[in-house]
Design a protein around this ligand. Structure first.
Ligand SMILES: Cc1cc2nc3c(=O)[nH]c(=O)nc-3n(C[C@H](O)[C@H](O)[C@H](O)COP(=O)(O)OP(=O)(O)OC[C@H]3O[C@@H](n4cnc5c(N)ncnc54)[C@H](O)[C@@H]3O)c2cc1C
Length: 390
């Protein structure tokens, strides 16, 4: 986006930092967290167009799940068993790092729970894939459990599913509490600039000059932590990260009855009961694939009705609960479903961590650590490196 002379409020004000991070979501905060941990003397700016959590990071369902962009049998089919396991372990590590570094002993402050997550099949075809996945994962010593129809009814209160899988170590969190907790852990050398929209990046001698509607930020490196919005900032992303809308709704609370959060229909639809009793349900973008592309964060009647219908059909205990909130957000889907970490081929001072394909809570904290490795010249895993596209 460009800014007119009339709207430019920067008035020549400059802030000098070592690293400027664009985007105040989980990616941007995580990048700042790992960079300051690596070197507390680094001056870092987080530049956010609205406020922290304005993007998908403050609009998601709060599942902190491992490697579940698709069923594990498919991951093995695409990547082979070794890399599939590496991808899984990467997201397991993401959760471990979040617990060690951010949540620590304060799970209740984040409404963080580690009760496992479930993937449920409503057809025999999908259940067969889940059974195959359970076998493959058990052989690799991943902590999973197969569920039958009765287990699903009694443990999850969910009807009309033929079977499923439990990923025993997965977790869930209140996403905004997580972001606020992360922000609190940033040191005095990290400057959080909200209501600052980046409109262009120029080269100034050895440095980059990030132009915003307010302050201009001079830095030796710039990180795009803008996930689905990245193609709006640089053309490089237009063939690699696709803005994809996700819609969601929440009901009023009812007494707790579910063992843990659930995915259904090949990880496309999802629901979970919050620790406070509300039911959150999202998905169904497959009903309006074309409409769900792009940057509008409205909701649509077609998808919101489908979410309501899903509740009525599958979750009897919530049938009479009123819907209190409906919203949507923009995710960044990558070409191959894996995150992208690296620098622009023609400019090593412009770096990025994005493309979480609807699973940023399960991937972004560790991906940001990998970005720090990249900045400090250490090797990074091939499956996440943007070099796989060159
Ligand atoms: C409805 C929904 C449900 C989801 N559920 C889950 C879930 O349960 N579990 C899970 O793991 N993931 C889930 N996701 C995906 C997850 O939220 C994202 O993968 C993750 O939040 C991406 O984080 P991010 O920081 O990279 O991007 P974002 O949170 O989108 O942050 C990017 C930021 O960049 C800012 N920005 C953009 N352009 C500019 C500019 N020009 N100048 C300055 N700032 C700019 C935006 O305002 C935004 O705040 C869900 C997403 C949605 C929308």
């Amino acid at each position: 986006m460009s800014v007119s002379y009339w709207n430019d409020q920067s008035k020549g004000q400059n802030l000098n930092v070592d690293i400027a991070i664009i985007g105040g979501g989980i990616s941007g905060l995580s990048c700042a967290y790992w960079l300051q941990k690596e070197d507390p003397s680094l001056r870092i700016a987080i530049i956010e167009k609205y406020e922290i959590g304005a993007g998908a990071s403050g609009r998601n369902a709060g599942f902190v799940t491992c490697g579940s962009v698709e069923h594990f049998n498919r991951l093995v089919g695409k990547h082979g068993p070794e890399e599939a396991l590496e991808i899984w372990r990467f997201s397991e590590k993401n959760l471990e790092l979040l617990q060690q570094e951010i949540i620590q002993g304060d799970a209740d402050d984040y409404l963080f729970e580690q009760r496992g997550s479930f993937s449920l099949a409503s057809t025999e075809t999908e259940f067969n894939e889940l059974k195959e996945s359970t076998k493959l994962m058990s052989a690799m010593k991943i902590n999973v459990e197969e569920l039958g129809q009765k287990d699903i009814e009694t443990r999850l209160g969910a009807a009309k599913f033929v079977g499923g899988i439990k990923y025993c170590d997965d977790a869930s969190v209140h996403p905004m509490l997580l972001l606020r907790g992360m922000k609190k852990k940033l040191g005095k050398n990290v400057f959080v600039l909200e209501q600052h929209e980046v409109h262009s990046i120029q080269t100034k001698a050895e440095n980059k000059l990030v132009l915003t509607n307010k302050t201009n930020i001079e830095a030796s490196m710039v990180v795009y932590a803008t996930n689905g919005y990245s193609p709006l900032l640089h053309d490089y992303f237009s063939t690699k990260v696709f803005p994809t809308r996700a819609q969601i709704m929440v009901t009023e609370p009812v007494p707790r009855f579910m063992e843990g959060p659930c995915y259904a229909n090949f990880v496309l639809d999802y629901f979970r009961q919050l620790p406070t009793g509300e039911m959150i349900i999202g998905g169904f973008r497959q009903l309006q694939k074309d409409v769900e592309k792009g940057y509008s964060d409205e909701t649509s009647d077609v998808i919101q009705k489908a979410l309501e219908h899903f509740l009525l059909e599958h979750i009897p205990a919530i049938r009479n609960a009123k819907v209190t909130h409906r919203w949507s957000g923009i995710m960044g889907f990558s070409v191959d479903g894996q995150p992208l970490v690296g620098s622009l081929p023609e400019d090593p001072q412009l770096l990025f961590a994005c493309g979480y394909t609807g699973h940023g809570l399960g991937l972004a904290f560790h991906s940001a650590k990998v970005l720090t490795d990249c900045i400090f010249g250490r090797n990074i895993p091939k499956f996440i490196s943007a070099k796989r596209f060159t």
